[in-house]
Design a protein. Structure first.
Length: 362
């Protein structure tokens, strides 16, 4: 699962990306992370890890991470070849959700590519480019699907209908994300079209430091816009976050206090992005490490085990599980077991957020 950062030039994307990914994630713990300059890993802060650690003595604590891609190159006219042209498309097609950074800071020293600060216009500019790219893609796909439909292929017929519906929406200037099909077959067809505006969006309002607590007018407008499409907004000051990321823990706490925050805004941003991607965590807790693992909401116990190692999924027998609340109430796994709270779950078990697990496998 991966989120992509988009936004016009000079809105603070790189500043934010660098702040988010500078946490010095120990790469030996995350061998699957790609090593590319615009791809990074972001820890997802979770207080339950600290709670577990206060009862189970361990050598290290490893948080869940999010993969993030910095997608540069979207400017007005990009879909017609302006700027880097369509190069951004290859990156953005592959992400599962979008973090759309919008400039809400007014700083005469930083040039705005559109000449003035106006977050709603900026959102529309990016949306328009993405919709134009989608429109081109839909038109190409319609031709192919129509050909297949002529052979009497039922799925292809449905695909043509869905493509037509997408086409009409896009031609009206409406992104695809509001289009929801209840029947799973249609939903799958829509997903496989890989349209850019079908991806879920979280708006990141990049504000001035003074605006972090009291909401400025510009953020309010972004919130109204997001609410109208059922989306969410997180306000950050990218420049401040970049400074915070450079500090050691004591200095960071002091600086946070001086601006009236209890944690870096990046923490709430990481959590919101996690939610946007439809993800949750379960934990393993032992002497060597206490660790959060990422799974999609709805994953079964074998699928969850498979995140640790594919062999665990294949050879899955059962899992023993308890909740962090059980641990808080009873203090040790032994006491949890004795109180009859250690649940034994089989292959069909759908994981709950925050399960602490031991897997048994062949
Ligand atoms: P990108 O083109 O979207 O990647 O934008 P950058 O991250 O390169 O930022 C463009 C400029 O805006 C840089 O000079 C940043 O230092 C500055 N900038 C980024 N975030 C903030 C902010 O929150 N406040 C102010 N005043 N400047 C910022």
């Amino acid at each position: 699962m991966e989120a992509g950062i988009v936004g016009l030039p000079n809105v603070g994307k790189s500043t934010l990306f660098n702040a988010l990914t500078s946490a010095g994630i120990a790469s030996e713990n995350y061998p699957f992370c790609t090593i590319e300059p615009n791809v990074g890993a972001v820890p997802v802060p979770d207080s339950r890890l600290d709670t577990i650690q206060s009862y189970i003595k361990t050598q290290k604590v490893i948080p869940a991470i999010l993969q993030l891609v910095d997608i540069a190159g979207i400017v007005r006219g990009a879909s017609e070849g302006e700027g880097l042209g369509n190069q951004f498309l290859t990156h953005i097609r592959n992400v599962d959700a979008i973090l759309h950074v919008v400039r809400c800071f007014d700083d005469p020293d930083i040039i705005h590519v559109e000449g003035s600060v106006d977050p709603i216009r900026d959102i529309e500019t990016i949306d328009t480019e993405l919709m134009l790219a989608d429109l081109q893609s839909v038109e190409q796909q319609i031709h192919k699907a129509q050909k297949n439909a002529r052979t009497g292929d039922k799925d292809a017929k449905r695909k043509v209908e869905i493509l037509q519906e997408c086409h009409d929406r896009l031609a009206e200037g409406t992104p695809i994300r509001g289009l929801v099909y209840e029947d799973p077959a249609s939903a799958k067809i829509l997903r496989e079209l890989q349209l850019l505006t079908s991806k879920r969006v979280l708006y990141v309002a990049n504000v001035e430091e003074d605006d972090l607590l009291g909401e400025g007018e510009l953020v309010k407008r972004v919130r109204e816009r997001a609410a109208a499409e059922g989306g969410e907004v997180v306000a950050v000051c990218a420049r401040l976050e970049a400074e915070l990321a450079e500090l050691d823990e004591a200095d960071r706490a002091e600086m946070l206090e001086s601006v009236g925050l209890t944690e870096p805004a990046l923490a709430s941003l990481a959590r919101a992005a996690y939610k946007l991607l439809g993800l949750q965590s379960y934990f393993t807790a032992g002497e060597k490490e206490v660790r959060a693992w990422t799974i999609p909401i709805g994953a079964t116990a074998p699928q969850a085990a498979g995140v640790i190692h594919t062999d665990f999924e294949k050879g899955f027998i059962r899992c023993e599980t308890y909740s962090v609340d059980d641990l808080v109430a009873l203090h040790t796994e032994k006491a949890i077991r004795e109180a009859g709270k250690m649940r034994v779950e089989g292959k069909a078990y759908v994981m709950r957020d925050g399960d602490v697990c031991h897997f048994l496998f062949n």
